[in-house]
Design a protein around this ligand. Sequence first.
Ligand code: DC
Length: 222
Amino acid sequence: MKKIIIAIDGHSSCGKSTLAKALGNALGYAYISTGDMYRAVTLYFIEKKVKIADPVAVLAALRQIRLHFENDGTTNRIFLNGRDVSEEIRKMHVAELVSPVAALPEVRREMVHQQQEIGKQKGIVMDGRDIGTVVFPDAELKIFLTADPDERARRRYDELKAKGLDVNFEEVKSNLLERDRIDSTRKDSPLREAEDAIVLDNTHLNHEQQLEVALDWARERI
Ligand code: DC
């Protein structure tokens, strides 16, 4: 059977990685949430106090970073220089700095390169902001996922609360709106719909319903 590349892009917290994972499992494909890569780089920059305004320091830091994914049977775990940082990267201190870090051309160039290498195997679902526009412009299926901002903030808030983190709803909402603003207005590969992307608004869909819709689109192309 033909193996395809599925690109899922969209705003912060609209369930891109949930859909990517469900699609990957249903099709027997690998899935990669590229936001985790930008988050892991951001964590490294925070820990090593890398000055993001200094391109030389940024490049030197990028050379020290090794990222890899391991699948534990249910989810992908991301490792930063051999350390599992899957939980750490979801925290607010990382969320607050990730958009400025992801706007740096040096960071994007390196991440896009790594993502394209991963995609060479085909049979992959990748989610992010620029997957259908920059990373895989020839992807067979491109989905642009969207949802109402209040609904998105509520989902992210519930997710963080469920992990026992002390968060405030307004803070979560303003963080995600600010990330949307930076991600959509940056010079280098801003978040936008690819011309051939299909828009999927999941505000009123549950996980099963959105998976069903996306799976139909995928099967039409396989
Ligand atoms: O998907 P996420 O919320 O975990 O992504 C975290 C940040 O990383 C997001 O604010 C923008 C950035 N990002 C990006 O610029 N390009 C991608 N392909 C994926 C994420």
